[in-house]
Design a protein. Sequence first.
Length: 292
Amino acid sequence: MRIDAHHHLWELRGRPHAWLDAPESTAIRRDFGMAELTPHARAAGIGGTVLVQVLPDADETREFLALAVGEPLVAGVVGWADLTAPGIADTLTELRRGPGGDLLVGVRHLVQGEADPAWLARPDVRRGLRAVGRAGLCYDLLTLPHQLPAAIAAVRALPGQSFVLDHLSKPPIARGELEPWAGLLRRLAREPGVFCKLSGLVTEADRDRWSVTSLRPYAETALDAFGPERVMFGSDWPVCLTAASYEQVVRTAEALTEGLGPDERAQVFGGTAARVYGLGTPKASGACGEPA
């Protein structure tokens, strides 16, 4: 089964999405639901998806889990919980026991928006990360390149826990720069509990003039550092629509992985996500993180 390991949904009337006020987000400043995504995903041969949080809002996570129950395409949800809250373990338990709770496969925080580059080193954050691991959940790292040192330190402090790096930590593709991002990515990849998503690249490039050639050095760096068995495809729909259609993103990922063997490509386009997130298996079994 081909899996899209990273997409979003939102309804603007439900709660504020201030991030959509940015000029570059004009094209996606509207509602997006599964009814719009499903035909594009099916046409691309996608049999399952991972729905990822948008806002730091536990109610959004509850809504995503409840929605996923009735959506055959959604195989898992990466939600949000306040890592710094003393009661995060109870929050995760409550989410797992609610509607669709068996579809909760991970937790994410918008670390990219934190002013402190060492936010992941805070004791309260580390305590929250441990709670995520003990719940048998993955933790999605949404970082910028300058935050990678703190991410590396956090991963090393939590051996046996699983982390998934979103969007390759948003390398500076538009500027055509590889370093220091590439060196930091390779350091992170040396940690066996870290996986990464081949996602979000078109929006880090020049959105009007990007090409497969401009993305290739970044994809090849990640594939070389992690290996195909630790890389998973994600569309980042509908954010990707500011630079490319769903179909273009899928074709681009196929082009960026054309040098891989059939089994290796199968890992990138489904096997890695299924294994890491435990898609299609009981989520309480501790497929990710520390054993529950």
